[in-house]
Structure formats: structure tokens, C-alpha cells
Design a binder for this molecule. Structure first.
Ligand SMILES: NC(=O)c1ccc[n+]([C@@H]2O[C@H](COP(=O)([O-])OP(=O)(O)OC[C@H]3O[C@@H](n4cnc5c(N)ncnc54)[C@H](O)[C@@H]3O)[C@@H](O)[C@H]2O)c1
Length: 465
């Protein structure tokens, strides 16, 4: 089956590369020529464990190609994924301009020789499936190939159908999430589209493929459930999932803040209530709050959609409020421990919004750094992967970048663990403490043992403990 994936970001590139691994013939398209050039050379423009190797495999097998020519890629494909960004506008609405440009171009490019499926993989507001259908039709109006078929009685649905196939992968484990998803959601208006997408994903659904070395199959993975539904429900499933996960984290942070006041330890509390099978322990880690490219924008978008339909989603608004407040908590702890922030040197351990990615979109570290700089502190930063991305994307943010945890700690009055990279769990506290000016450690992710940190001579401040 021939597939075109438009947008080679975290979602598009991983989807295209994994589908090629499964034997599909894939062309990944992007407007960013630099990215396409890198990809043709077998280099991934993003950091995602195991991805480089799979890209190289696809290129060598000859069924994974990269192009800036959308029209040619559409002509060569049966299934066309739209996987471009849908970033937030200042109003909270999703910016759909990239989706719009692609949908219209797809309509203009189709040769109308076969029936194609145009699949929205980008996270889009409810109703976007119908809107994309309208835009592809608009493109078709300018399409000479369709004009001649129309003269013979052809209708738009004879040459394309729209589907929604929201993505649930997590950056940092995107490849395993693609090969072994909890479910595949397919929103359609027509059984034919559902059947073709089911066929596309068959090796994943049935788990019949040989796993790549970088993503072995766990013993308990068997068949993957497919949820086939209507377009609006598929779109809503994605928003509901992200809104729920963001709410779960905000809930843990709210409880953590109460724990701190009453003398309870959030880690113990979560251990106790997370064991309840109705609740589950995941996404209950108290810390400096959620970030990343999805939670903030998707919760804002669902709030905006609700408002458009005259509904005030109080719970979701609180999810956002609690998160905003939580990012400020490390600064409050620094004030409490150091008293004066002005003139102090603070080191931030971790800049990416979570471990195992170089993605710094809406990362809590950015806000914490900004706040400390405004208060007159000197801010140092170290991330195992994201230093370069941060320096490139935020040249005005006056962070001094360090190449490892010990050089970050040099001259610091306090250090803050902002991202729970695994290496921070094994910090050499003696070495770190030796080069510091003061010995304050704010554990913004509760990854260290307070007793061990204090035994090493630090003042320890966790979240909710
Ligand atoms: N990142 C995640 O973890 C994640 C998870 C699930 C869903 N999503 C959703 O998937 C979508 C894509 O997210 P992402 O993180 O991969 O985005 P991204 O910003 O990393 O990548 C988007 C890519 O699209 C390209 N692009 C923009 N306009 C284009 C055009 N007209 N033609 C071709 N390429 C074009 C950009 O150059 C960029 O490479 C978003 O809607 C997002 O909400 C993301």
C-alpha cells in the first residue's frame, strides 16, 4: 500500500518511518527543505530514541523516501496523512492554517485515477474532518483531471474519502507507542475508508511483524483494539484523552500542595490511592507541572470549542490554572530557602518538557528561567539533549548552558531538577555539592531520596513532601 505523510515532525516522521518498516511504500513530505535534506542523508531532525536506525533501514530497503513535492507524493499514494502542526493561537484556538494549505493542495494534486483516503492525523478541533473534506473539494474544483471525470458523472467521494486517525504517541517512546499502541482510533463516514485503514494497520493490529531491535515487543502485547467511529467522536477522543491526562497531573499537584501544608508525603499518598484499580498510578507524579506541545494547546482548544457551543468547562479551566500555579512553585521554594534571589546563581537540571526528547515547546524550564532572570538571578541550564534546541529557539533567554551536571552546579547557590532525566536520579551528590556555592537542591520531580540528599549536606526541597 502506498502512503504519503505530510509533515515530518514528531508525529509524521515516526508514523511514516514505522509504516515503511512494516513494508508500506512511504513518501514523507515537508515544506522545510533543510529537514528533507537531512532525512535523505539518513539523519533525523528530531531526537527520538531508535528513529535514526529505522530511517536508515527504510532508505536502504528503498520504501521510505523524503520529498518537498507534495503533488507527486499525492499522485503516488492511496492513503494521505495530514500530520502538520496545529499550534495554539493567542486566543487558545488551534491554528489550522497548515492543515488548510495541505488539504487544498491535496485536492489540486489528485490524478483521480483511484480512490484515495485523506487522513487527519493532526489533532484538530471537532468538525475538522468535514472542513478538510470541504477544502479538498475546493482543491478539486481547480483540478483538470477531476473536471474531465466529473463530466462523466464522477462525484468527489469517488476520488477521495476523509478519515480521522488521531495520534497518541508519546515523545521519547514514540516508536514503541506506534508499534504497540493501546488502541487505534479511526473516524470515518464510509465503511470503505475504515476497511482500507484497517488494512494499512493490519500488521500492528494483529502484531504479525518482526519487532525492530530498538522496540522489542513486550510479552503481554497481543492484538491491538481498533475503535472505528464517526469523525466527530474520533476527534473528541483525542481531546478527551489529553484533557484527562492533564487533569490527572493537575489533580496530583493539587493534592501535593495540600500534603505539604498538612505534613503528608505525596509519594506515599499516591502509592496508596494509585493502587486503587479505578484510579491507577500513572500520571500522578507531582512536580513542576505538565508542558509540551500537546497538553496546553489541546486543553485550551477544547475549552475554546466548549465556549463556542455556549458551555463553560470549569474543571478544564482549573486544570490549566493549577498547572500555571505549579510552575511557580520551585521559585517559591528557592525564595524560602535562599531568601534573596537577586544576585544568586541558580542551575536548572533539565530543559526539555520531559525526558528522552529534545522538545522544549511549552517546557516548564523556560518559564522558571524567565521568572528567575526577571528577579535578578543568574541562570545556568543543562539538558542531556535539549541545550542546543533551547539556545537556538530562545536566543534572548539568557541561560548559560553547561555540558554536564557537575559543571552546571559550579558556583550555584541552588540547583533545581526540572526534568526527570534518568541521569539526574544518579547525581554524584558529593561532586555536585563540592563545586556549589550554597547547597540547596529543589527536586521539582521528586526523583531523589530526601534522606540521601540531606545526608550529603544539602537543604532538600521536594514537591508535596
Ligand atoms: N508531538 C506529539 O507528541 C504529538 C502527539 C500526538 C498528536 N500530535 C499532533 O500531531 C500534529 C503534529 O505534531 P508534531 O509535534 O509532529 O508537529 P511538528 O511541529 O513537530 O511538525 C510539523 C511539521 O509539519 C511541517 N509542515 C507545516 N506545513 C506544511 C505543509 N504545508 N506541507 C508540508 N509540511 C508542512 C513542518 O515543517 C513540520 O516539520 C499536531 O496536531 C499535534 O497536536 C502531536
Amino acid at each position: 500500500m502506498e502512503v504519503c505523510v505530510v509533515g515530518t515532525g514528531y508525529v509524521g516522521l515516526v508514523t511514516g518511518t514505522c509504516l515503511a518498516y512494516l513494508g508500506r511504500s512511504v513518501v514523507c513530505v515537508d515544506i522545510d527543505e533543510r529537514k528533507i535534506q537531512m532525512l535523505r542523508e539518513g539523519k533525523s531532525p528530531i531526537y527520538e530514541p531508535g528513529l535514526d536506525q529505522l530511517i536508515t533501514t527504510g532508505i536502504q530497503r528503498g520504501n521510505l523516501r523524503f520529498s518537498t513535492d507534495l503533488a507527486a507524493a499525492v499522485k503516488a499514494s492511496e492513503v494521505i496523512f495530514i500530520a502538520v502542526g496545529t499550534p495554539p493561537l493567542p486566543t487558545g484556538k488551534a491554528d489550522l492554517s497548515y492543515v488548510k494549505a495541505v488539504a487544498q493542495s491535496v485536492g489540486r494534486a489528485m490524478d483521480c485515477e483511484r480512490r484515495r483516503i485523506v487522513v487527519n492525523k493532526s489533532t484538530v478541533p471537532i468538525g475538522s474532518g468535514n472542513w478538510v473534506e470541504m477544502l479538498v473539494k475546493e482543491g478539486l474544483q481547480e483540478n483538470a483531471a477531476f473536471a474531465s471525470r466529473k463530466a462523466n458523472g464522477a462525484k468527489p467521494e469517488d476520488v477521495f474519502l476523509v478519515a480521522s486517525n488521531p495520534e497518541f504517541l508519546r515523545e521519547g517512546s514514540a516508536i514503541a507507542d506506534t508499534f504497540y499502541p493501546d488502541r487505534i482510533v479511526i473516524g470515518v463516514t464510509d465503511g470503505y475508508a475504515a476497511e482500507r485503514l484497517r488494512a494499512l494497520y493490519e500488521p500492528i493490529v494483529e502484531q504479525t511483524f518482526v519487532p525492530p531491535a530498538s522496540a522489542p515487543r513486550a510479552a503481554d502485547v497481543t492484538a491491538v483494539p481498533v475503535v472505528t467511529t464517526d469523525l466527530a467522536s474520533a476527534e473528541m477522543i483525542k481531546y478527551a484523552a489529553n484533557a484527562f491526562l492533564a487533569t490527572k497531573i493537575s489533580f496530583a499537584n493539587e493534592i501535593a500542595n495540600i500534603c505539604e501544608r498538612v505534613g503528608a508525603d505525596i509519594k506515599e499518598v499516591v502509592r496508596g490511592f494509585g493502587l486503587d484499580s479505578r484510579i491507577g498510578p500513572k500520571f500522578l507524579n507531582a512536580g513542576v507541572g505538565w508542558g509540551g506541545s500537546c497538553f496546553g494547546k489541546d486543553v485550551s482548544a477544547i475549552i475554546d470549542i466548549a465556549n463556542e457551543y455556549n458551555y463553560e468547562p470549569e474543571l478544564l479551566r482549573s486544570t490549566v490554572t493549577v498547572n500555571k500555579r505549579q510552575r511557580h512553585v520551585p521559585v517559591l521554594k528557592l525564595q524560602e530557602a535562599l531568601k534573596i534571589i537577586k544576585g544568586k546563581t541558580i542551575g536548572l537540571l533539565g530543559l526539555a518538557f520531559k525526558p528522552d526528547t529534545d522538545d522544549i515547546r511549552d517546557a516548564p524550564a523556560l518559564e522558571i528561567a524567565r521568572e528567575l532572570l526577571e528577579m535578578g538571578a543568574r541562570v545556568k541550564g543543562y539538558d542531556p539533549i535539549a541545550n542546543e534546541a533551547c539556545a537556538r529557539q530562545y536566543p534572548d533567554l539568557k541561560i548559560e548552558y553547561a555540558s554536564d551536571a557537575v559543571s552546571l552546579a559550579e558556583d550555584c547557590d541552588a540547583i533545581v531538577i526540572v526534568t526527570e532525566w534518568e541521569e539526574f536520579q544518579y547525581l554524584d551528590l558529593a561532586k555536585v555539592g563540592e563545586v556549589m556555592n550554597g547547597k540547596v537542591l529543589v527536586d521539582g520531580r521528586n526523583v531523589l531520596d530526601p534522606v540521601a540528599v540531606e545526608a550529603a549536606g544539602f537543604k532538600y526541597r521536594g514537591i508535596g513532601r
